[in-house]
Design a binder for this molecule. Structure first.
Ligand SMILES: [Zn+2]
Ligand SMILES: [Zn+2]
Length: 488
């Protein structure tokens, strides 16, 4: 017996279809299953993603409606056929089980017609989370899958305990769904339609589910993405900085030293075009130097229309003066012009409020003891929780009332109490885990993110710091690693 890899099964199937017949029959092959969502389809301005497009029944229907379509399949034959017969559609060849090469929040509408049922439960869940990722908030996923009541499956398997059924003629297993399993796979989505229907596209009648599920507001996840967790002289982790935002846009807080910030942002899978706001707490190199390579690349991207332009930088005047003088001395003329047109500085001061991404951000003077200025900020998240960033120095008593009972506080913590003698953090106006957690306990803080640490015990750092923190603090403690994501 001939052995097939999965892909060959599809390539062979699509090649076997007589092309002329296929084109002639195609008009009738689209069977109006999308019609409940016709208005939404008509109104969308985004490119509709057709997963497992096959020979393009649904793609053609959408193209005829004047829509932009990204037709996706795993089979080269399918993709080549679309490219030849429906050149108005764009195409993408990929294996859904390996993740989608499509950016976050790409589209309002994803469709999948009898194609997400070839996978194990684990892979199916992974595919569904990828679909959610590429949908915009409130976007809809329209799909059809096989029903457990399809006679085809019933005749082969009188007892359907197993929902992943071997299909000899496809040389592949197919998943069959009941309403409960659909609701389970899409828990966390808003389920708008689960309708069992007869489908007459193929010679034999099929029983399928015609479904619509919506990515709700709850998937509008607020989070911070930790780009770096270390302080000035760390080499085993990157200097302290993070992104605060919601998948669509981010506030970058501090620009850890050096060009590695670009790698960190890339490795966090965040496009630079999602960053239009940057807050810089103070002028120390470990918080500042990354701004130069970052602005250099953003200016270049603006020139190539890869970044929409306009970058707001919120920092003290003394920080602005350093940034401006360095850029004017070192950037090419072309990029200096783009910089002047697009980079807007805001000289921050205690108590000022700014509307940054969707947040009302209030600036906090952190009262550094050295002869520099340093600012943090407070904001209320969309989920109602309040969030405070306190730069890289111990929280001043002058700010205690402001952060009392805060839901989230980001605080520096240079080393553990046991290492106090070795690193002497107090001499450089930094803290031990004990110092910080005792104070935060008194203030009734609920969640504490600790960073800006030494990197001498990087492997055990999370465990050791958390252990010490738990001795003094009863809220939740986070000692993140670089590139960790914390849902707020
Ligand atoms: Zn620092
Ligand atoms: Zn500092």
């Amino acid at each position: 017996m001939q052995q097939y890899t999965d892909k060959e099964v599809f390539n062979q199937r699509f090649s076997n279809i007589n092309e002329e017949m296929e084109v002639k029959k195609r008009e009738t092959k689209y069977d109006a299953w999308l019609e409940d969502y016709e208005t939404e389809i008509e109104n969308t301005k985004s490119t509709i993603v057709d997963l497992g497009c096959g020979l393009g029944n649904n793609t053609l229907y959408l193209i005829k409606k004047g829509k932009q379509v990204l037709a996706c399949d795993y089979s080269e034959v399918a993709i080549q056929t679309i490219q030849k017969e429906i050149p108005q559609a764009s195409t993408k060849l990929f294996d859904m089980s390996q993740g989608f090469p499509i950016e976050d929040c790409f589209t309002d509408i994803v469709i999948a017609d009898l194609c997400i049922h070839y996978f194990t439960e684990e892979i199916t869940r992974k595919i569904i989370s990828e679909i959610k990722r590429i949908l915009k908030p409130n976007g809809v996923f329209l799909f059809r899958v096989n029903s457990v009541n399809d006679s085809h499956f019933l005749s082969n398997n009188s007892k359907i305990a197993e929902k992943f059924v071997w299909q000899p003629e496809w040389k592949k297993s197919k998943r069959i769904f009941d309403e409960e399993s659909i609701r389970d796979f899409f828990s966390g989505w808003k389920i708008e339609k689960i309708k069992e229907e007869k489908m007459l596209r193929y010679e034999e009648e099929k029983i399928i589910w015609n479904c619509a599920v919506r990515k709700g507001e709850q998937s509008f996840m607020e989070k911070i993405i930790i780009l770096g967790t270390g302080g000035g002289l760390t080499l085993n982790c990157y200097n302290t900085c993070f992104l605060l935002g919601n998948d669509e846009q981010y506030l970058l807080v501090d620009t850890g030293a050096g060009a590695q910030i670009l790698n960190q942002i890339r490795d966090a899978n965040v496009e630079l075009n999602k960053i239009h706001d940057i807050f810089i707490s103070h002028k120390h190199v470990d918080h500042l130097l990354g701004i130069f390579p970052l602005l250099r690349v953003i200016c270049q991207d603006i020139g190539k229309n890869k970044h929409d332009g306009k970058v707001n930088i919120y920092c003290a005047r003394e920080v602005r003066e350093i940034i401006e003088s360095f850029i004017l001395e070192t950037f090419h003329g072309k990029h200096i012009d783009i910089y002047h047109e697009n980079v807007i500085f805001h000289d921050i001061q205690d108590g000022q409020e700014y509307s940054i991404i969707d947040y009302n951000v209030k600036i906090l003077d952190l009262y550094p003891k050295e002869d520099i200025v340093q600012y943090g900020f407070q904001t209320t998240l969309k989920n109602g929780k309040n969030f405070a960033f306190l730069g890289d120095i111990p929280c001043s008593e002058k700010n205690f009332d402001k952060i009392r009972k805060a839901d989230w506080v980001c605080h520096e913590v240079f080393c553990r109490e046991a290492e106090n003698e070795i690193f002497q953090p107090h001499k450089i106006n930094h803290s031990t885990v004990k110092d910080v957690t005792e104070n935060m306990q008194k203030l009734g803080v609920k969640n504490l993110i600790l960073w800006h640490t030494k990197d001498n015990c990087i492997q055990q750092r999370k465990e050791l710091y958390t252990q010490e923190a738990k001795q003094y603090f009863s809220g939740n403690v986070y000692v993140p690693n670089d590139l960790e994501v914390i849902e707020l």
